[in-house]
Design a protein around this ligand. Structure first.
Ligand SMILES: NC(=O)c1ccc[n+]([C@@H]2O[C@H](COP(=O)([O-])OP(=O)(O)OC[C@H]3O[C@@H](n4cnc5c(N)ncnc54)[C@H](O)[C@@H]3O)[C@@H](O)[C@H]2O)c1
Ligand SMILES: [Zn+2]
Length: 362
């Protein structure tokens, strides 16, 4: 008998559009969320540092309007971006009787956003969530674009999904309580954005480092808005990272390897700063960028007191096995995003381990 073939036609058009509101407040975000999701049961996910600072006041804003919203907080830090943390949040939400029309509200840095977004991606086959990012890194990068994940001892973000938030609410005032070291780490992603596609922003960062480090509100708005615009444009073009969105991985192949090698004890932004310095050296060594542009990038990272060399006890050679495990590796060679000049980069450049060892400081 011939096999029977039943086609399932599932060509889809989905509209996952959403807005990023820059310069709102936590209280106004609560109002807007109530207006958009009047009937949904809400859950606030946060970490133990952000809970007393912002998550409780968000819950209080809801309570003022007669709505009780539970706050689920897990211990802060990259080391908590694990399956175990995700399990605990899911257990708790299921125990509280979450249903598919619930709304999850992520309040915190990139770790909270990534874990909470991943919970939202798979809980009951997917529920809605919004992002209220409270670190510079989360405001300029991780809260936008729908990449959500947890880490594995073998590598960063190895378990994850694409699940877009329904709204992103950015309260720039939350950056006032952010420790300086975390703020500077967030600047690494802003520098990255400027390096790969905006030389005007790059020059602005060179010129205004002192004002930015003092967190002057007008400067914060410029850097957050510009970074979000650039990221949004790439996400619109290439949500699933099949092409141009990979430009955002500049500095991240080495950066992620370093994070895994250090067992996630380093700040993501600091690892990315070192990763950009190494990858800029590689770009120059391979003749893609000028040595002058590579040096200009390293100098800018220095203005924000970001590290640009590997920690003393780590060698480049040790990192290479981790780069091969990175999700961006396909079939042996590792594909890098490399610098062409300040304001331009190219993705998908195959690089062998020996090429890296030849061109970069070991
Ligand atoms: N999904 C993406 O597209 C994407 C992009 C870039 C980075 N990331 C991920 O983001 C993570 C890093 O994010 P992060 O740098 O925000 O780290 P984080 O979430 O660990 O936050 C840094 C620290 O600051 C604290 N904090 C947060 N907001 C604060 C505030 N306003 N005041 C005082 N303290 C505050 C946190 O409790 C934490 O201790 C990494 O896991 C990285 O992989 C994801
Ligand atoms: Zn990053």
């Amino acid at each position: 008998m011939r096999p029977t073939r039943l086609p399932i036609r599932l060509r889809k058009t989905v509209d996952d559009s959403y807005d990023i509101v820059i310069g709102t407040s936590i209280a106004r975000a609560a109002k807007d969320i109530r207006k958009r999701w009047p009937a949904a049961r809400k859950f606030i996910i946060t970490d133990t540092n952000v809970e007393p600072l912002y998550a409780r006041s968000l819950a209080w804003s809801f309570r003022q309007e007669g709505e009780q919203v539970p706050v689920l907080a897990f211990p802060a830090g990259e080391a908590q971006k694990t399956r175990a943390t995700r399990d605990r949040i899911e257990d708790e939400m299921l125990a509280r009787g979450v249903t598919r029309d619930a709304l999850l509200i992520a309040v915190g840095g990139g770790v909270v956003g990534d874990v909470a977004g991943f919970v939202a991606a798979t809980l009951l086959r997917g529920i809605a969530y919004v992002q209220i990012p409270t670190t510079l890194l989360a405001q300029v990068d991780s809260s936008v674009g729908g990449k959500v994940a947890v880490d594995h001892p073998l590598g960063k973000n190895l378990l994850g999904a694409f699940h877009q938030p329904r709204m992103v609410y950015i309260d720039l005032a939350t950056l006032r309580t952010l420790p300086d070291r975390e703020f500077r780490a967030g600047m690494a992603e802003v520098v990255k954005c400027a390096a790969i596609f905006d030389r005007t922003l790059f020059a602005y960062l060179e010129k205004n480092a002192r004002r930015i480090l003092r967190k002057e509100p007008s400067c914060l708005r410029v850097i957050v808005q510009r970074s979000c615009e650039l990221k949004a444009a790439l996400v619109e073009k290439d949500e699933r990272e099949a092409g141009p969105r990979r430009l955002l991985n500049f500095g991240h192949t080495i950066g992620h390897a370093l994070e895994a090698r250090m067992r996630y004890t380093m700040l993501h932004g600091e690892a990315v700063a070192i990763g950009m310095a190494v990858e800029a050296e590689l770009s120059a060594g391979m003749g893609l960028a000028s040595a002058r542009d590579a040096a200009r990038l390293v100098a800018l990272l220095g203005l924000y007191a970001l590290p640009t060399t590997l920690p003393a006890r780590v060698t480049l050679e040790e990192l290479l096995p981790y780069t091969a495990r990175d999700k961006k590796a396909t079939g042996g060679t590792v594909h890098y995003t490399l610098l062409r000049r300040i304001g331009a980069a190219r993705h998908g450049i195959p690089v062998t381990h020996s090429t890296i060892m030849k061109h970069c400081t070991p």
